[in-house]
Design a protein around this ligand. Structure first.
Ligand code: ATP
Length: 693
């Protein structure tokens, strides 16, 4: 979102002038007013450009329709797939979430617009650019009005309407399709072998595998360490054991980022290796490992064509897979999910893994969150309960049974509830944040400090003292590392260079620097400002330069950590990959950027990497799919609507051993926890049959 955070007096004047001009509002005045708002940074220029185009195409369009279109584009930029018109008309700022100084101008505009929702609907319906789905035929109108006869009508940009109805249609088709023929006694035998009996009331991992065996669509959600990958590996082994002609099975693994995809493949392969020990020769798991394709980003799997909205694979040229596992599905946006579902052959199985409570992608849509809205409640129907009992030998507790009709999607969704890896105060804090309980979250933070002092695993500092953030990054706190180990490893270069066998030790040294760097990370809510990514990167570079650790002269210097911002299949680097510029072992030691892939190193010449950013600090968004021994989450006081519960939860769950929260002022954490992100979308209403095409 392009939006000025700190408003100056000039800008306020600009607002006042614009509002005055709007006394007798016609569409041209409205557009002028919206342009002023774009000048002030409240709207994107793109938002107003769309409104101007709409006015050009339909000079008679009413002012309120122009406002609705502008704000639709604006909210699309903030992740909405559609605009909830009733909420906008009655409580505009509950939708927009603008800052206090922007409200008088908004209120002034609202006094000039119709009070009644019906008048807004009529204004939209009167334009030939808008298709009211219930009333008009489809002539590829650029705007779509859905559910206008209900209390909650939705306005869409045509593109998002298409994506959303496509995603819903595919998911409904997959979740309502007849179940796959399954040799139930054999499935039961294998499930019992892979999941030995536990004292738990219900083994959700086993339930997830059983349900996934009988359908073409499965969602497995759960917090960090709940065993999503562990379960997916067993599911693959089960499919291998129970599918006829399993030696022909084509399995693909994918994730939104290269790093997450590589991690998925590594975890699945290691889980299958462990499993081989318990199944012995009964199943040829190495043959299964061979059938698992390379870990791919979704972009690469679908054959994204850079600079276009076209994909190499689609309904006319489907993917060549029988089973596709997608990890970190919370990061898959609406357009990508639509492309994925279009490209997947109807008989292929799709298994989505992800944490429903994590931040959604920057782009519009929160597909996993929408699909998992009921995941905690279960809502399993009689047929599912009976199947699980027969095939998994598990009894799903009554509190997870459907009360009325069992929703089709719920029968394909399982939430894993017990974490195996994530415990102690970090898990307690994540749970309190997720539950929206600010008082409990602060108590958890306080308790750990009271009990363990310096050695606390979690800590909070909210006095706005920026040097404390810098000190934390350079020195760490107690047992929680900062970038100290990275600095030490980097400084060993002199020994490596001057040693007798540079070739032999260089590889180890590069791995050491990368691994040391990966122990700690500063995560920010925003990019701009001293408490954002840009400011913190700059101050850490300055501090390290002052200490003589790095010597930046131009863009590149030894020790510069970078994040790749764009996929480049030719170079084999993907959006979100983290690398480090270091001297190579070749003559003259030219700088190369090294990437750690498992225990292997890949390197690219610095000259070839165009789209990168320094990565001492990164946004929480970009950190998804990664974990660090110590994660510090930095909350800027100028993060506005970005500061939400999911952001804090995602930041906390990136921490393996230690977590520190640094806030620019007290109260930011509580405000964020109290603000769950609500992205308007019609996906659930499509799935529930409330919206039609
Ligand atoms: N049923 C189980 N029995 C024993 N160990 C388990 C079980 N389930 C998971 N684990 C172990 O717990 C750890 C976390 O599991 P896994 O990595 O599958 O979780 P995840 O939900 O995929 O985590 P993430 O959110 O990081 O992707 C792994 O070491 C895994 O081997």
């Amino acid at each position: 979102m392009i939006r000025k955070r700190a408003r100056d007096t000039d800008t306020l004047d600009l607002f006042a002038a614009a509002v005055e001009q709007a006394q007798t509002l016609c569409t041209a005045d409205t557009l002028d007013l919206l342009r002023h708002w774009a000048d002030a940074g409240v709207l994107r220029r793109l938002d107003v450009a769309l409104a101007a185009w709409v006015h050009e195409q339909d000079p008679h369009i009413a002012p309120c329709a122009v406002v609705a279109v502008t704000l639709l584009a604006h909210m699309e930029g903030r992740g909405y797939s559609c605009l909830p018109l009733a909420d906008l008309v009655h409580t505009p700022n509950a939708v927009l979430g603008w800052e206090a100084q922007e409200l008088p101008a908004l209120q002034a505009l609202w006094t000039q617009l119709p009070l009644r929702l019906d008048d807004w609907l009529q204004a939209l319906q009167a334009s030939a650019l808008v298709r009211d789905v219930g009333l008009q035929a489809d002539h590829a109108q650029p705007l779509v009005l859905a559910a206008s006869g209900t209390p909650q009508p939705l306005l869409y940009l045509r593109r998002y309407w298409d994506y959303e109805r496509m995603v819903a249609a595919h998911i409904l088709q997959r979740s309502q399709a007849p179940t796959v023929a399954l040799d139930e006694p054999s499935a039961r035998q294998w499930l019992d072998k892979f999941f030995p009996a536990t004292p738990d009331a219900c083994n959700w991992q086993k339930v997830a595998c059983a349900l996934a065996l009988r359908g073409h669509f499965s969602v497995i959600t759960g917090g960090p360490g709940t065993g999503k990958t562990y379960t997916a590996a067993r599911l693959l082994a089960l499919l291998f054991a129970t599918t006829p002609n399993a030696d022909q099975l084509r399995v693909a693994l994918a994730a939104p980022t290269g790093k997450a995809a590589a991690r998925l493949k590594q975890s699945i392969e290691s889980a299958l290796q462990h499993l081989q020990v318990s199944v012995g020769s009964a199943l040829n798991l190495p043959a299964l490992v061979q059938r698992v394709g390379a870990a791919r980003t979704l972009h690469s799997l679908l054959g994204a064509r850079p600079g276009t909205r076209h994909w190499g694979y689609h309904a006319g040229r489907p993917l060549d897979v029988d089973v596709l596992i997608v990890d970190e599905a919370s990061m898959v946006h609406l357009e990508m999910m639509s492309a994925l579902l279009e490209a997947l052959p109807p008989n292929a199985r799709l298994i989505l893994l992800g944490d429903k409570d994590q931040l959604a992608s920057v782009e519009a849509g929160a597909v996993l969150g929408d699909l998992c809205r009921d995941a905690a409640a279960g809502r399993y129907g009689t047929a599912t309960l009976g199947f699980v009992e027969r095939v998994a030998g598990e009894t799903i507790p009554q509190s997870f049974h459907a009360l009325g009709a069992a929703p089709a999607l719920a029968q394909h969704t399982v939430m894993l509830r017990a974490s195996r890896r994530f415990d102690g105060p970090i898990a307690a804090l994540a749970m309190a944040v997720n539950a929206g309980d600010a008082a409990d979250s602060l108590q958890v933070l306080q308790d750990d400090v009271t009990q363990h002092g310096e050695r606390a695993r979690i800590a909070l500092r909210q006095d706005g003292y920026l040097p404390a953030v810098h000190a934390l990054a350079l020195l760490g706190r107690g047992d929680a590392p900062g970038y100290g180990a990275y600095v030490e490893a980097l400084q060993r270069w002199a020994d490596v260079k001057n040693g007798a066998e540079i070739e032999a030790v260089h590889h180890r040294w590069v791995c050491d620097v990368l691994q040391a760097f990966d122990r700690f990370r500063l995560l920010c809510a925003v990019r701009e400002g001293a408490w954002g990514v840009a400011g913190l990167n700059q101050s850490i570079v300055s501090a390290l330069r002052a200490q003589g650790v790095i010597a930046p002269e131009g863009e590149w210097y030894a020790g510069r950590p970078v994040m790749v911002m764009r996929n480049d299949a030719a170079l084999g680097v993907f959006n979100g990959d983290i690398g480090m510029a270091l001297p190579s072992a070749a003559a003259g030691n030219p700088l190369r950027v090294y990437f750690l892939q498992g225990d292997d190193l890949r390197s690219v010449s610095v000259a070839r990497l165009a789209h990168v950013e320094t990565a001492f600090a990164m946004t929480v968004h970009k950190s998804q799919g990664s974990e660090f021994e110590h994660t510090a989450l930095v909350l800027s006081a100028h993060a506005g609507g970005v500061l939400g519960r999911e952001l804090v939860y995602t930041g906390i769950t990136r921490a393996r051993e230690h977590f520190t929260l640094m806030a620019e002022r007290p109260g930011l954490l509580s405000t964020a926890i109290a603000s769950p992100t609500r992205r308007a979308s019609g996906l659930l209403r499509f799935l529930q049959g409330e919206l039609h095409s």
